[in-house]
Ligand binder design. Structure first.
Ligand code: SF4
Length: 303
């Protein structure tokens, strides 16, 4: 066996997983429990090369994903990419990337990494609203997130931006509108929606228990996604590729999120959301509407 990253996006389910760093150098986002028990480390090049050699014998995949959360800080990432390219001849290499890191790094290095076949960067934008970003302790401003996304696009990367639905609490409308504004400036290739599911061990969980935070309720969350989609005017793919976006009744799943190409599918997506809202309102009145927070607490879903 070899050491592989503990987390990867669903779109990388069939990728070779290579761990370049361990943990997250920031590790303070109020909603995130991913690397709470992991001290951030830049892995030695020799260890990564040994893992690549083992992975080469195990995998027959044509795509490669790099973990953990902020790999572009690795000073020898160019050599890692050379080694991966030689071992797998992959169609794409993708990585999580912290916006702060990309916003501050020289454009030349970013371009070199792209030339070394690093293809796609997955950024956690979470929100384009300054107040929400402050509240969740994201450690970036909307301007930094926009600068990072635009720089990555300029360097030739495919950019994937994650948005957390429901993280704004009562501020859901500002969260939706300002997130759309940020995304319209970045023009990412992919927007991926995740609905806030509050997990134990996080600051948000503690705040929720103290009554200091309440996730946006399901009906308002659907309205939030409607406001987001209405305000998006860039060409992009929208995905809801995560179970956190689902809504359930006693009979099973009633909504599994929306997706499609924008702007072409905008009207269709908005109609689907309006339909979901009508069903959800009906179920909510009888107390039979469940979201990922209910299902996670009852042990029916894993995140
Ligand atoms: S969300 Fe990303 S940046 Fe924030 S603590 Fe988690 S891994 Fe780190």
């Amino acid at each position: 066996m070899y050491e592989y990253p503990p987390y990867r996006p669903p779109s990388e389910a069939h990728s070779v997983l290579i761990r370049v760093t361990r943990g997250c150098p920031w590790n303070r986002c109020a909603f995130c429990g991913m690397y709470k028990d992991t001290r951030f480390e830049i892995r030695p090049l020799d260890e990564i090369k040994a893992d690549i050699e083992v992975a080469r014998r195990i995998y027959h995949a044509r795509t490669v994903f790099l973990g953990d959360s902020d790999n572009l800080v690795h000073p020898q990432l160019e050599e890692v990419l050379d080694c991966i390219t030689k071992a797998f001849r992959p169609e794409r290499i993708t990585s999580y990337a912290r916006a702060k890191t990309v916003a501050e790094m020289p454009m030349e290095r970013l371009s070199i990494l792209r030339q070394k076949e690093l293809t796609r960067l997955h950024f956690g934008l979470e929100s384009g609203d300054r107040e929400v970003l402050d509240e969740i302790k994201k450690g970036i401003t909307p301007e930094e997130a926009i600068r990072a996304g635009k720089k990555a696009k300029k360097a030739g990367f495919e950019v994937s931006e994650y948005v957390i639905v429901g993280i704004g609490g009562e501020r859901w409308r500002e969260h939706a509108e300002n997130t759309a504004k940020a995304l319209n400036k970045i023009k990412p290739d992919f927007i991926r929606l995740r609905t806030i599911t509050v997990v134990p061990g996080t600051l948000l969980h503690w705040r929720m228990k103290k009554g200091l935070f309440r996730p946006t309720p399901p009906l308002e969350r659907l309205k939030e996604v409607i406001a987001l989609v209405e305000n998006l005017n860039c060409e992009t793919w929208l995905f809801s590729d995560h179970v956190s976006n689902y809504l359930w009744s006693d009979a099973g799943v009633i909504f599994s999120g929306v997706g499609g190409r924008l702007p072409d599918d905008k009207q269709k997506i908005l109609e689907e959301l309006e339909d979901a809202l009508r069903i959800a309102e009906h179920l909510s009145q009888s107390g039979k509407l469940y979201d990922s927070n209910h299902m996670f607490a009852r042990g029916f879903i894993m995140l």
